[in-house]
Design a protein around this ligand. Structure first.
Ligand code: UD1
Length: 436
């Protein structure tokens, strides 16, 4: 198992191009199930989650070819998918919740599906009730059987009016799932309280280029007129706003100067606005963002919200910045109320954070001190790497496999910006050959 070893004190400085967006590319890959023609995706990041989605699609009869960041996906014919039913297995689905969004395209195209229930994760229970509600409104008749979501409707889905909101706002992947299913349904579907994240906008664009008839792009209400078939297409994945945001927060907290190219500044407006309030200088062009800071950041409150609000996927990174800022800040988590696993690890580095319900009250301290810490999930591990940059001495971030799910070569990319960081194999105890 790998670990990242970070020596604190360096400032991040330089220029990087954002990787393709993980959260955008996963539903784009699932959309390949909607047609038997090739779907070609460019700027596909080399990430573990992308590999997992590829393996799931392979289980479902999709042929894949990857070369230099381009992925060609071609699903089997509808007849062969009907004659030879396949399933998305627990082994793969349980490692990545996004895989549940193969369900909608499968039911829509084949009239049957068997997809493992993903189960919980460290962010909390994370149910799939909204996915089921939406797909069932289209007539998918999904049931839970032996830990699997099963549908055997055997005919075309029917357009419908449905509401996809909840107390947390809208669900990104439920919107993706239902939207994909609706493209092949008979008649019109009106999705109210649809997620408005840029990843949904990119999915709508891909579906439109495949021949889907969708209006309302980027808004809370999507109108889909079902068509009988969709065709292949080609698209370049947008820049990863969460990866970019992580590096920009890192620049601000290390009093650095970083420019990220290949990302749409409007996708990160809530984050750059917060960095500006905290005292960093932010400049943007059409597809780049530069963050500079020459002094300690000021405390800044944040509440995570659906897009265009502050993203929950950058909450842990912001908390790390606030842990060394001047003053007291309150961070409120409105999307995943239990997403605070990183707090205990930041405390090990000497941060002063009190958690109350879905809020963390952070009292900024002058400096953190390096220590071994454990990554609990993808974004929390990125936050711990950022903490290592400003901690005195050495910080070891263990269980780095989490970070490889969503950040492409984070060690090499951070090092290119001046961070002192290296990847090491973590020695493991072999009970067959105890080394005492
Ligand atoms: C996506 C992102 C994830 C991000 C999250 C919120 C991908 C691959 N993942 O996850 O990185 O943190 O959006 O921006 O794009 N909920 C229900 N029932 C459901 C579905 C969701 O109650 O059926 C709840 C969730 O528990 C959560 C809230 O709705 O509290 C929002 O979650 P959701 O938008 O669905 O997150 P994902 O789409 O899974």
């Amino acid at each position: 198992m790998d670990r990242l070893v970070v020596n604190g004190g360096a400032r991040l400085e330089g220029r990087l191009t954002a990787s393709g967006s993980k959260n955008a590319v996963l539903p784009l890959m699932a959309a390949a199930l909607l047609t038997d023609e090739p779907v070609v995706l460019h700027r596909v990041p080399a990430l573990r989650d992308v590999t997992t989605m590829g393996l799931i699609l392979k289980q479902l009869g999709v042929e894949l070819q990857a070369e230099d960041g381009t992925l060609v996906l071609q699903a089997a014919s509808t007849e062969s998918l009907r004659d030879e039913p396949r399933e998305a297995s627990y082994d793969l689905v349980s490692t990545m919740r996004a895989s549940v969004c193969v369900l909608g395209p499968l039911v829509a195209r084949v009239g049957q599906a068997r997809v493992s229930l993903p189960g919980g994760c460290v962010l909390g229970v994370r149910p799939v009730d909204m996915h089921m509600k939406g797909l069932n409104a289209l007539g998918a008749r999904i049931e839970v059987d032996g830990g699997y979501l099963v549908s055997d409707v055997g005919r075309r889905l029917q357009g419908s009016r449905l509401f996809l909101g909840s107390t947390f706002g809208s669900s990104v992947l439920a919107t993706a799932n239902v939207l994909m299913a609706a493209t092949l349904a008979e008649g019109t579907t009106r999705i109210t309280s649809a997620a408005m994240e840029p990843e949904i906008v990119q999915l709508v664009t891909l579906l439109q280029s495949m021949g889907a008839r969708i209006t309302g792009i980027g808004g809370p209400e999507l109108l889909v007129e079902g068509v009988e078939r969709l065709s292949g297409t080609e698209m370049t994945t947008q820049g990863d706003r969460i990866e970019a945001g992580t590096f920009l927060i890192g620049a601000a907290m290390t009093r650095g100067d970083v420019t990220i190219d290949g990302v749409d500044p409007s996708h990160l407006a809530a984050v750059t606005d917060t960095l500006g309030q905290a005292g960093a200088e932010v400049t943007c062009g059409d597809d780049w963002i530069r963050v500079q800071a020459d002094r300690r950041l000021e405390s800044t409150d944040v509440t995570t919200l659906p897009y265009p609000g502050f993203p929950t996927d950058l909450q842990a990174q912001h908390m790390t910045a606030m842990a060394v800022a001047r003053g007291l800040s309150v961070i409120t988590e409105r999307i995943f109320p239990d997403r605070f696993m990183h707090v205990a690890e930041l405390l090990r580095l000497g941060a002063d954070i009190r958690k109350e319900g879905n809020q963390a009250i952070v009292s900024g301290c002058e400096r953190l001190s390096g220590a071994p810490v454990m990554a609990s999930d993808l974004r929390a591990s990125a936050a711990l790497v950022l903490a290592g940059l400003v901690a005195e001495g050495q910080t070891e971030v263990r269980r780095v496999y989490h970070i490889d799910r969503g950040y492409e070569r984070i060690d090499a990319r951070m090092a290119a910006l001046g961070a002192e960081i290296r990847r090491e194999k973590q020695p493991h105890l072999d009970p067959q050959r105890p080394d005492w």
